[in-house]
Design a protein around this ligand. Structure first.
Ligand code: HEC
Length: 412
């Protein structure tokens, strides 16, 4: 039996929500306090979703066991509810009822006994009080800029200016710092990264300190440093792999729009955006199009009034970081942001037209989305409509393939 990605993601999302609800209930009852302004996770363990994805057989066992468990609960509830039926008319009916209730209970027990219980070593991961914390601030140009300052001052000496782990102090440490410009950050829960930066890390066996604690930093400094690192890792990924393997948000920033005046970029959620970064000599903006809102970052060519103009000086360096280029190399790029606020497609300087190949962020279910688009194209061809090409094809693929951020195995 093969479980679909959507189904497994749904189960994981539910498991995550259940743990958060449990934590919040514990807090509301007064059993657990707050840490860093959010309810603390009170247990030493949490469900390890990251392992579910690494080993498909394990995921299947967990899902089947959950189904067995749910089935057992339903059978027991029916058996219990039967106790509230009207009094049996005679002894024979009472006996029959007894028989059925015992049967239901036995069925529930059998489901629990024969469920393929997953190994508990794979089920649990060590937890800290901030395990389920979420960054309290949006991923924004401001947090990236603040994080860069924090990182340069407090972290780069070990982690290296490029976060790849080769800072000037690295060779003198008990342990070499990991490469933070790769996929590592997404393999962790952000709350656990926060805890490690705040309280430092120790070698599991010797107990020796491997990374020092950072008591001087504010909570916001730490969340910002993590935002910066994530932006940096995204750019590195795009450079190395030609794609963002993890979805990347357009950092929240301020825009000045023809309709609506000054507004946050998040207020345009639900619209597609085309981010245009004009070069100094550019004569005209690309034509406006009702299918997206054009946002100009930089100086618009004279005589043009863009639909939206970015007001935020920190947006250009943030985009440079996400693209893995220097700020000087940014002009000439264009980017598409989807309706959910994810950066999805890139056109490089000098590129004439858009095509589906410009999609640089696809989900794991991208093949299914591509198949759906192909089927729609075949239907259109049968109806004698021209096939979607260029920007049409790109937008269709972008809309059909919705992104979801996954951290440590949990869809967020
Ligand atoms: C004295 C050197 C040093 C400094 C300063 C330092 N780190 Fe580290 N960092 C390390 C080492 C070594 C490790 C690996 C520790 C281990 O795996 O036990 C590490 C690990 C990490 C990790 C990976 C955690 C994980 O879950 O695997 C992150 C994220 C991180 N550091 C962020 C930071 C940030 C942000 C700062 C600055 C606020 C910082 N570090 C400052 C040495 C340092």
């Amino acid at each position: 039996m093969v479980l679909s990605t959507d189904f497994v993601n749904g189960v994981l999302e539910a498991l995550y929500a259940v743990q958060i609800a449990l934590r919040d209930a514990w807090h509301a009852l007064g059993f657990a306090g707050t840490v860093a302004d959010q309810p603390a996770w009170p247990f030493a363990q949490r469900l390890a979703a990251e392992r579910l994805l690494l080993e498909p057989g394990h995921a299947r066992r967990v899902v089947i066991t959950l189904a067995c468990f749910a089935g057992a609960v339903i059978l027991l509830l029916i058996a219990l509810a039967a106790g509230f039926l009207r009094r049996p008319r005679n002894a024979a009916q009472a006996r029959r009822r007894m028989f059925w209730r015992a049967g239901l209970a036995a069925g529930a027990a059998a489901l629990l006994v024969f469920a393929p219980w997953p190994s508990s070593a794979l089920l649990w991961a060590p937890a800290v009080p901030t395990s389920l914390h979420r960054a309290p601030q949006p991923f924004s140009t401001q947090s990236i800029a603040q994080g860069q300052a924090v990182f340069t001052q407090h972290c780069a000496q070990c982690h290296g200016a490029d976060a790849r782990g080769e800072g000037p102090l690295a060779s003198q440490l008990a342990q070499w710092p990991p490469n933070l410009a790769g996929g590592l950050l997404w393999k962790r829960l952000e709350g656990e990264l926060f805890w490690r930066v705040r309280h430092g890390m120790r070698d599991a066996r010797s107990g020796r300190e491997t990374m020092p604690a950072a008591p001087a930093l504010s909570d916001q400094d730490i969340w910002s440093a993590l935002d910066y690192l994530q932006a940096r890792a995204s750019g590195q990924m795009l450079r190395d792999m030609g794609a963002w393997e993890r979805p990347v948000r357009l950092p929240a920033s301020r825009l000045d729009c023809r309709y609506g005046g000054l507004r946050g970029s998040d207020s345009l959620r639900g619209q597609r955006l085309q981010l245009v970064l004009p070069t100094a000599g550019e004569a005209a903006l690309p034509p406006e199009d009702p299918r997206w809102v054009t946002v100009v970052l930089g100086t618009a060519p004279s005589g043009s009034t863009p639909e939206c103009q970015a007001q935020d000086r920190a947006l250009l360096p943030a985009i440079a970081l996400l693209l893995g280029v220097t700020p000087q190399e940014v002009p000439g790029h264009k980017l598409f942001v989807d309706r959910d606020g994810w950066l999805r497609a890139r056109s490089v300087p000098g590129q004439a037209a858009w095509s589906e190949d410009d999609l640089i962020c696809r989900s794991e279910s991208a093949p299914a989305a591509a198949a759906a688009v192909a089927a729609a194209a075949a239907a259109a061809a049968a109806a004698d409509a021209p096939p979607a090409q260029g920007v049409d094809g790109l937008l269709r693929r972008m809309d059909a393939d919705r992104m979801q951020l996954v951290r440590a195995g949990y869809p967020h």
